[in-house]
Ligand binder design. Structure first.
Ligand code: KIV
Length: 284
């Protein structure tokens, strides 16, 4: 049985912290699911960490669907949330059409979209139609060309706006809200005002849950380390060393060995070669 948004609400009510991680493919979903992570976000961050774009802006809905399907296939217990990419929810009609594809065609159980008061009517309509929606405020990566990549809400007017955004999303029926790059004290103030959980990234320890990007968490970058990320492994180093050993063994002829090869009856091979040689002579 997959985690549901009702389970997520119960976690907040019980005061249980909620872990969430991004996943972009079958294998990573399987690993995270088996590790017991209850929420998997197929984030449009895949545009940067998987596809190599400079921002999330170029990501298309078709690309999201491709990755969401793989994550759904790789997981059994986690709630899978699919990001609606840039400019795929500019009107209620478009948001419904996009969410339909994420839930019906790709099999996610919820969508996430960026924005506060401005998108609240769209969130309300999606929720009314049965689409679980996770909000996302603070630093909203799809707006990077307007706001840059920096902490949001340090000043009173911005902080007040973020509180109003969070309240509007809750009133619209969002089941949780991501707070990205928000001062810890503001994230705490928002969290304490809401019945629904907040999931922080670069928003301090007092959110109800935390989300990290797969590549940041596992050290899959060699040089880029965002301040809000904690590396729980250095997989780029581990993978790099493994690949270097593999290449060295291939060059040295020490891989593969008989252990990695299969055998066949010598007579069968001889017969095959004779047959081919006879056919070549007949054709000459
Ligand atoms: O796309 C993403 O991975 C996200 C998280 C950083 C919250 O939106």
């Amino acid at each position: 049985m997959r985690t549901t948004i009702l389970d997520v609400q119960k976690m907040k009510t019980r005061g249980e912290r909620i872990p969430m991680v991004t996943a972009y493919d079958y294998t990573s979903a399987q690993i995270a699911d088996r590790a017991g992570v209850p929420l998997l976000l197929v984030g449009d961050s895949l545009g940067m960490v998987v596809l190599g774009h400079a921002s999330t802006v170029p990501v298309t809905l078709d690309e999201m669907l491709h990755h969401i399907r793989a994550v759904v296939r790789g997981s059994e217990r986690a709630l899978v949330i699919g990001d609606l990419p840039f400019l795929t929810y500019t009107s209620t009609e478009q948001a419904i059409a996009s969410a339909r594809r994420v839930l019906q065609e790709a099999g996610a159980q919820a969508v996430k979209l960026e924005g506060g008061v401005a998108v609240a009517p769209i969130v309300a309509r999606l929720v009314e139609l049965g689409v679980p929606v996770m909000g996302h405020i603070g630093f909203t990566p799809q707006s990077v060309n307007q706001i840059g990549m920096r902490v949001q809400g340090k000043h009173a007017d911005q902080a007040a706006q973020l509180i109003m955004d969070a309240v509007a999303l809750e009133a619209a029926g969002a089941f949780a809200i991501v707070l990205e790059l928000v001062p810890a004290a503001l994230a705490q103030a928002i969290t304490s005002r809401l019945q629904i959980p907040t999931i922080g990234i670069g928003a301090g320890a007092n959110c109800d849950g935390q989300v990290q990007v797969w590549h940041d968490l596992l050290g899959l970058y060699t040089d880029f380390k965002p301040r809000h990320a904690k590396r729980y492994a250095e997989l780029a180093d581990t993978i790099g060393a493994a690949l270097a050993s593999y290449a060295a063994e291939v060059r040295a002829g020490s891989f593969p060995t008989t252990e990695h090869s299969s055998t066949m009856d010598e007579a069968a091979l001889r017969a095959a070669i004779e047959r081919v040689e006879r056919a070549a002579q007949d054709a000459a």
